[in-house]
Ligand binder design. Structure first.
Ligand code: NI
Length: 194
């Protein structure tokens, strides 16, 4: 299956609240091909995840896969998982269980910025065959889930950047911010186990 074009900031499809997938749609050849293409597009672009609107499909499907990711080498590995009609529940307490983390996005080229994410979430979803499942994740992985599921509601990480002065190009992130953030990320992974 081919990788599809990744839609970029300013494309209206990224701002739509997406539609739930019906059982008939999920079983269709088109939706199964979309899921395969999402996986291939994510892998080709070295994303940690991708959501259907990012390839122009306004439906509630996202995938996450982290395996020694070169874009985000500090992220713990997470197995390839397809989420259909996911529902996210923030666990823990606002403030106490939040962390500031730098994010990037395949749809926001060459920009990173700091957002606040809950470090413990549960996600209830269907797999690509329509079977329900539930996962609880912590730390940076919880941040990845929040980022990807935001896409399904037309939200991008830039909407959540509290302090615009943290916005940085990737080159300047590497030069000025990576070292401190990698230390902080290691601390988050150690404390949250994810
Ligand atoms: Ni994104």
């Amino acid at each position: 299956m081919p990788a599809r074009e990744v839609r970029k900031l300013g494309d209206p499809v990224l701002r739509r609240v997406t539609a739930a997938v019906t059982p008939e749609q999920l079983a269709s050849v088109e939706t199964q091909a979309l899921i395969d293409d999402l996986i291939d597009t994510m892998h080709a672009a070295h994303g940690a995840g991708i959501a259907a609107p990012q390839v122009g499909a306004p439906v509630r499907i996202a995938v996450v896969h982290v395996r020694d990711n070169p874009r985000y080498p500090y992220k713990p590995n997470y197995p390839l998982t397809v989420f259909v009609n996911p529902r996210l529940t923030l666990l823990g307490e606002p403030g106490r269980d939040d962390e500031r983390i730098f994010e990037g996005c395949l749809s926001v080229p060459d920009l990173r910025g700091e957002v606040v994410r809950r470090m413990h979430v549960r996600c209830d979803a269907l797999d690509r065959h329509g079977a329900p499942f539930s996962v609880e994740v912590r730390g940076l992985t919880a941040g990845t889930f929040q980022h990807e599921l935001d896409h399904l509601d037309g939200r991008l990480f830039v909407d959540r950047v509290m302090d615009p002065s943290t916005l940085t190009t990737w080159a300047n992130f590497d030069q000025y911010h990576r070292e401190a953030f990698v230390r902080r990320a290691a601390d988050i992974v150690a404390r949250w186990g994810g």
